[in-house]
Design a protein around this ligand. Sequence first.
Ligand SMILES: Nc1nc2c(c(=O)[nH]1)N[C@H]1C(S)=C(S)[C@@H](COP(=O)(O)OP(=O)(O)OC[C@H]3O[C@@H](n4cnc5c(=O)[nH]c(N)nc54)[C@H](O)[C@@H]3O)O[C@H]1N2
Ligand SMILES: Nc1nc2c(c(=O)[nH]1)N[C@H]1C(S)=C(S)[C@@H](COP(=O)(O)OP(=O)(O)OC[C@H]3O[C@@H](n4cnc5c(=O)[nH]c(N)nc54)[C@H](O)[C@@H]3O)O[C@H]1N2
Ligand code: SF4
Ligand SMILES: [Mo]
Length: 735
Amino acid sequence: MAERNISRRGFIAAGAGVAALAAGAGAIGFGEWNEAIAEGVEKGEIKAVHSLCNSCSSKCGFTAYVKDGQLVTMIGDANHPYCDGTLCARGYAYASIAWSEDRLTEPLKKNDKGEFEAISWDQAYAEIAEKVQSIIGSDGPQALAMIQDPRPSGSYYTKRFMNALGSANVYTHGVACNMSKNSGMTQALGAADFTTDVENANMVIFLGRSYCDGIRPSSVHALQKAHERGCRIVMVDPRCNASTLFADEWLPINPGTDLALILAMAHVLVEEGKYDKEYVANYTVGFEDWAARLAEYTPEWAEGKTGISASTIKRLAAQMWEAAPKASIEQGWRAAYGCAYQNSGETARALCLFNTLLGCWGVEGGAYFPASASAGKLEDPKFAAPAAPKEKILGQAEYPLSAGGMGVSTYALSQIPEGKVKGVFFYQSNCVAGYSNPAKLAEFVQAAELSVAIDVQMTETCQACQYVLPDTSYLERLEVPEFVGGKVPVVSLRDQVIEKIHPETRPVDQIFTELAQACGVGEYFQFTVEELADAQLRTVGLSLQALRDAGGTVAFPEKALKFAPKTSWGTSDKKVHFTSEACANAGFPASPGWLEPQVMPMGTEFRLIGGKQAIHTHTQTANNEGLMAITEQYGLDRVWINDAKAAELGIADGDEVELTAPAIGFTARTRAHATPRINPTAIYLPSHYGCSVKEQKTAYGVGLRQMDFVPFHIEPGYGGTMSQETVVTVKKVGA
Ligand SMILES: Nc1nc2c(c(=O)[nH]1)N[C@H]1C(S)=C(S)[C@@H](COP(=O)(O)OP(=O)(O)OC[C@H]3O[C@@H](n4cnc5c(=O)[nH]c(N)nc54)[C@H](O)[C@@H]3O)O[C@H]1N2
Ligand SMILES: Nc1nc2c(c(=O)[nH]1)N[C@H]1C(S)=C(S)[C@@H](COP(=O)(O)OP(=O)(O)OC[C@H]3O[C@@H](n4cnc5c(=O)[nH]c(N)nc54)[C@H](O)[C@@H]3O)O[C@H]1N2
Ligand code: SF4
Ligand SMILES: [Mo]
């Protein structure tokens, strides 16, 4: 890793306000620090502004303290359901993005030599609009696609812009996150996104979900409380993740085989008659079909697949039944079955059916669907929505099980060389580096007639595009209110904390409003974001000022969750589906059975798995100097290999190794971390590194990028990116 100094200019600027406060107050400790802030607020020298973090999709609420236009500190809001009073390390560190030396500061256009040149906003809008209109004229609006990471204003404005143009093609990052999980769950339950009531449970099995690595502060707190209360916590993960700290046992499963574990545990419960018979009889369909299918999936069979002993599987099933209904398999998020394998959708489906056997739905300590709140319809005609697009999102027909609202973005991009998609926009998305094989995705994007990325820093996605537009950072803009579900739903506000730093950056609402005007659909954008936020808040008895006055987060206690067994589901007949017609139509068995991952490690191969680290977010924090100093100090960019396997290969801890993915002939080098804490069939590559953009001076060249080793492919039926359907060989460099 290159030498770097944490005190470079951008970082000093970020801390300048802190230094000023400290200088004013002399050398102070934490208590005095808080008092100094409180005093400053009282005297009117320090302004408190409520906002939302933008370092990950949890968007935790915090109060920012600002003195003389400088950010002094941020404190997590106790009443924000995800934050629970604590921001994580990323939440603090990412604030420095506003002052980063590597910010995008003006609109850019690629010239004939492939280099970016600064252009005016007017030129950018005019040229983009001309291409948009020409594409719509020749191929219709469905030849346009938008890929965006769901954030409050981002979701609203990108969708409105695309719908105004007549296109239904608005995609999230779902394919590379939780697409398979949500899709599989929807097949079983008619809904996804249940939450395990960890805090009150007697037993929880985690399948490749680590609250202490893939952080949401409230989840970490719930896990700690559960542990302290004596809840039995089982961590099933090929590697010993950080959450194992709070677990009773760690089961280093063979990656890609979670489905076998679930099927075998279900086999035990059904064979022994240990399931909630009344619930199954009253609120489900197709049980007999699944029960018959389960007969072959004995614990002994599953031991051969998972590497977890038959006796352990029997014990886990028995313990879950004993703990039921205050027991469930936790809902998961990404790695194990969010988008990893060709069996990911089916794994999520089986997981829901297993939980159904426990009778845990809606029960305190079991698993529940969060209570929600949302803005009502806006009566003022200036907010009237554009007509719903005539067609369905591109990719829905090809991947019929894919969950609504996310869209198979990678399929849409693959249709660029086919001529079906001609123009593509990216908002707050580094799709090219993270949604599937980066070389392939860049090739697709480069083939487009129009490609536009809106970001705050130069990224792999920006580099593949013709136009790059500079957004303001999250600290510099107000956004539409964010409604957050939970045991008690809330509404929370991302407000502008500091003045705009770079005059030629523009906030997302302004960019899409002006783009829409240039494209001839400005009639749908005749309001400011303040007016929109205020109008939305008025539908729930608030106003922008009222929400600000109330500290930025307001709860809806009258909508709070009431625990009660769930008796009605979102499926066509309102029942849990042990069998699914849609799955059968898509070529899967009607009730889930074993489906082997597409590729399995053979001989000297390992499966390449990824995973979050507590101090980084996807690709977006690798350029953060403070966080990367931690990476450097602890060698966090190393790949994990089982120590016994490493010894066989002559690899010692810290050695430089070469990883090759034979399927795509990709080879790259990094250092190895030899450890007993990983299943011998797996190599773990932390998923935040390998940035290939020189403009990101801190991130560039550190570590490897997981997706470089993954072929471009899509999970049949469900549409996930199959991020772990790849094997690698490993050798010591120079051996
Ligand atoms: N620090 C941090 N926190 C985050 C994020 C972030 O980028 N950084 N992002 C947020 C987002 S968008 C998401 S989606 C979540 C993701 O949260 P998680 O789903 O928890 O994230 P991962 O770290 O990808 O995967 C969790 C674990 O799965 C294990 N695993 C890999 N393959 C398998 C397998 O086949 N079977 C099993 N059982 N386990 C497996 C990995 O070793 C890893 O420890 O985190 C959220 N929180
Ligand atoms: N290599 C790799 N790939 C991954 C993952 C990973 O950890 N590593 N994680 C997977 C998961 S779980 C998910 S959810 C997805 C996430 O995928 P994305 O949602 O694409 O997340 P990031 O890769 O962090 O890219 C976010 C982009 O938003 C930009 N950005 C940050 N703030 C702003 C802003 O205020 N305005 C604008 N316009 N842009 C902004 C960042 O600079 C960055 O380019 O990626 C998936 N793919
Ligand atoms: S979990 Fe951390 S990074 Fe994510 S929103 Fe909350 S504080 Fe920010
Ligand atoms: Mo994610």
